[in-house]
Structures are given as C-alpha cells and as structure tokens.
Design a protein. Sequence first.
Length: 396
Amino acid sequence: MSFSVTRNVTWVGKIDWELRKFHGEEYTTARGSSYNSYLVRGEKTVLVDTVWSPYDRAFVQDLERLVDLQKIDAVVVNHAEVDHSGALPELLSRIPDVPLYCSKNAVKSLTGYYHKDWNFQVVRTGDKFSLGNMDLVFIEAPMLHWPDSMFCYLTEDNILFSNDAFGQHYASEFMYDDLVDPCELFDEALKYYANILTPFSPSVRKKIDELKSMNVPLNLICPSHGVIWRSRPMNIVEKYEEWADDYQEDQITLLYDTMWNATRVMAEAIAEGIRAASPSTEVKLYNIARSDRTVMVTDVFRSKAVLVGSSTINNGILSSVAGILEEIRGMKFKQKKAAAFGSYGWSGESVKLITQRLREGGFELVNDGFKLLWQPGEEGREQCRKWGREFVNSLG
Ligand code: FEO
C-alpha cells in the first residue's frame, strides 16, 4: 500500500492491524498501529524512516514498485528504535552505500542493533539536505522519546516529519485526522502521550517552544505512527502543550488488588465516600490484576489523585500492585496527590509499603494511608466512606 501525501511526498509505510502489544508486552495497542515511512521526491529522492522488521521484505518490495532503489539518494533515520529502523538491513542489502542521515546517538543505537558499518552522516539541528528544489531541515529532538530522536522539516510542502512525537497507536485505512473518528483519535493520542511521553514532558515543552520560535509554516505533521495531522496541525501541538503541563482533570483513580475481596470492598466504599463529598469528581476503579496497564496509566495521567490498595501478603504487597507502582514511578508524574489503603489479617505492612513507593514515585502523600483488619463489615465500610470523603476534601 502507498498513497500520495503531496505531489512530492508518498506514504510507503505499513498499517499493522494485528498489533496488540508494543515495547514487548508493556504497552497495549487495542486499535493496532502503523509504521509510517515517507518517500520524498524532488530533484533528489529521500526516504524518511522505514518500518518494523517483520514487514521488511514487503516494505522493500512495495518501495521497489514506486522507485528504482538505486535512485534513492539518502535515507533519513529520525529514530533508531526497531519499529522505524527494522527494514534498514533489508533495504541496505540492496543499496549498501546509501547515506543514512541521523543524530550522533542514532549511530550508537543503529550500530548496537545491526552491527553494520553503514554510511552514517551525522546531522545536528539546522543542518539541511537539499533535494534541489526543496530542503529537508533536521531538528534534533532528544528524549522525544529516546536520546537519538529527531524531526525533519520539508520546505516547499511545509511538512514536519515528527517521528514518534504526535503519533498514535491507531490503525486506520483513512490515515488523516479529519477522516477518522475524533474521539478514537484523541483517545489514542492521549494514551500514547500518557504512556510514552509523560516522563519527558519538560523536553516536550522545550521542543514545542523551539518549533514555535522557528516560525515556519506548517501544513502537515506526519508522525511515524497513526494518522497524519492535516485539518489543523496545531491542534495536536496545543494538546501536547496542555498534556506536558502536569495535566490533570477532576478525576481520582483507585487502583487495587485483593485476595479475598476485602480490599475491593474497601475501594468501593472509599469511592462512595469520594462521590458523596464531591459529586463532580470522576472516580475510576481498577482491579489491577484484571485490568489493562496502559489504560490504567492513562487514567492516572488524567487524575489529580490516585489511591492504591493491596492486601498484605507475606509481609508485602500483591505482585500486581508492585508492578503498577513500578510502572507509574517511571512516568515521573508531577503535581498528583495520593494515598494507600488495604485490608490485612495479621501483619499489615501493605499500606506502609505502598505509601513509601508512591512517595518515591513523586506523588504527594495526603496522609499515612488507611488499613482495616479482616473483612469490612458495615462499620468498616462506613470508616472507608469517611476516609474517602476526608481524602477528597483534603485535595482542596
Ligand atoms: Fe515508534 Fe520510539 O519508536
């Protein structure tokens, strides 16, 4: 499959309708994804990025139908992660001397992955590749989302090839923002930001300021995943500014796991208390062991506060709770409040341990947590409701 983006640019990527997990098993992609590669043809011909390795042969075969591979003057590697560089070995087996334009860090990464002495041409922000009638201008974008990441901007067509930034794991044959369901699109774009870019929000803010200060016209943003932004490309840039600014909604998310339902009963009663005291606050509950981690992280991203609960087991916490705590620690969330809760029968360490890990994860602890012995009866449930009311009231 290929399609014309402009007179000069052809999309030559792969729509992956089957993808359900990304970054190994870490990230769920319920709506698939795409690996976008762009062929830019002026007086010279340049390929911007490739596709994930399972699709390397089909990619090169499709490309060959559009262009004589020997006529490709350069390949731009905006980011070396395998979902974009995976077809390079297949492609370069056919055109081994083609120059690869990339950042200095990408050379380290590409060499580490593929162990080939390719014709690397290291570029920095402001460097240009001239296609004769137009230029590709390189813009380093470290930590959006790897140290090697960069963008490039095509003059004449005013296109920003932004690689992972502004992407979505969203498969669609339509491939343009104005042709797809906007709710699905922004749901995926937000999920992508929450799970992939949150730790790098300070770099996102800086890069957007830099892009704006360049003051160049922007007709299209062509990311490396999902659809192309063409209806009003600044929409997604503005969304990123909002999301990068310690984003939160009037939402509280409760994440818990439970051995014999006592901690679940606590979670539900705490939620009742929150709702009673603050009816406008959205409250979401997830049994961590039964829920999608990517969705849970997205809801923590949207929340102003998070409550984490676990039964005590073997003087510790349930393994699913440990897993999500590690995941949200890595997100480096800022300006979010939190507290722990849990039921216990004997030693009861879970609340203290969760509190400690939430603090290490950068959350502001509202109190020392709430633990309850055995299965909550009506009196215990009322204590939970009261704790929920006090928690939400303390948020101000
Ligand atoms: Fe889409 Fe960082 O790879």
